[in-house]
Ligand binder design. Structure first.
Ligand code: NAP
Length: 286
């Protein structure tokens, strides 16, 4: 007996990729161009030179700062939907990473205490912590809130929509030198599990990609980017395995060494989250 194949992004008509001006987002956007449905691809980032270069390759390039004030971000996304009414897939990829060591925090505070009030303030209320959580987690939630009515409208018309979140292997086991980054990715992971459980059995599908740490660490690249902002730091990563898994209809895609971690700590969680939601709706105890 042949079963109906799971809907996949192979049939997407219009895909929005955030953080597409480098790395994974850029590599995925280039791959999406090869999809059989020949989707329109909207790439966002914040470096205009990189966006211009992508526009010259036939992408719809739009500059949106995902760190911006949340109401503004929602307005930008609503405007995008009006301009691209076929938008049926979003890849929430934009992200940053900072190292943060609590052991050095105390020493640094003592050293700078008598030097500059600003530095003490900076260290105490470390702005990177908020920036990291804002971009990696909060902006993704805001984007889902902003795009959901549009996706629901398409779903009512019988269309399939896809929300693709890029978390990390660190969402499952943190690496201690980037504690806040790992926490922001754990939040993304938990949010996607819950979102999928809410939307189960419908036409809006939630996919999570958990990339492994690429050869040149994300942290080193963040430092290089700060040093050479004009040049940009574009290191290639192979998006093939991620794309193949998405085309197969997988909705949890741990990549490389993340696969082992996923098997050990995460298998079965998705089904449990869905079951908990069903029980809740049926008024049953957990
Ligand atoms: N690379 C890894 O080892 C690894 C491992 C696990 C998970 N991940 C995750 O995969 C995603 C992509 O990582 P990557 O390695 O490809 O990083 P990347 O090369 O540094 O790319 C990050 C993207 O986010 C964009 N971005 C940064 N700040 C932004 C802002 N305020 N508003 C809008 N866009 C902004 C950047 O734009 P500009 O280029 O214009 O600055 C860039 O396009 C991230 O979510 C990351 O956490 C990466």
């Amino acid at each position: 007996m042949s079963s109906t194949p799971a809907p996949t992004i192979a049939n997407s008509k219009c895909i929005l990729v955030t953080g597409a001006t480098s790395g994974i987002g850029r590599a995925l956007s280039l791959k999406f161009k090869e999809l059989p449905s020949q989707p329109q691809i909207i790439v966002t980032g914040w470096r205009q030179d990189q966006l211009n270069e992508l526009a010259s390759q036939g992408f719809e390039a739009v500059r949106i700062d995902f760190q911006k004030e949340k109401e503004q971000l929602k307005k930008n996304l609503h405007a995008l939907v009006e301009r691209y009414p076929d938008l049926d897939t979003v890849v929430l990829n934009a992200g940053i990473q900072h190292q943060f060591d609590f052991r050095s925090l105390r020493a640094s505070v003592l050293i700078v205490r008598y030097c500059s009030r600003f530095c003490v303030h900076h260290l105490k209320y470390n702005p990177e912590v908020t920036e990291e959580m804002n971009l990696n987690y909060t902006s993704a939630v805001v984007a889902v809130v902003a795009l959901m009515p549009h996706f629901q409208k398409l779903a009512d018309q019988g269309r399939h929509c896809f929300i693709v979140g890029i978390s990390s292997g660190l969402s499952m086991v943190p690496t201690a030198w980037v504690p806040n980054y790992a926490a922001s990715k754990a939040a993304v992971h938990s949010f996607l599990l819950a979102l999928r459980a809410q939307l189960a059995d419908g036409s809006i599908h939630v996919i999570e990609v958990m990339p492994r740490l690429l050869s040149l660490s994300f942290t080193i690249r963040m430092v290089l980017r700060m040093l050479f902002p004009k040049r940009g730091c574009r290191w290639r990563s192979s998006p093939s395995s991620r794309l193949e898994a998405m085309l197969k209809g997988d909705d949890e895609i741990p990549v490389g060494m993340s696969a082992g971690v996923f098997k050990k700590f995460e298998e079965g969680k998705k089904q449990m989250a869905i079951q908990l939601m069903k029980n809740h709706e049926a008024g049953k105890s957990y």
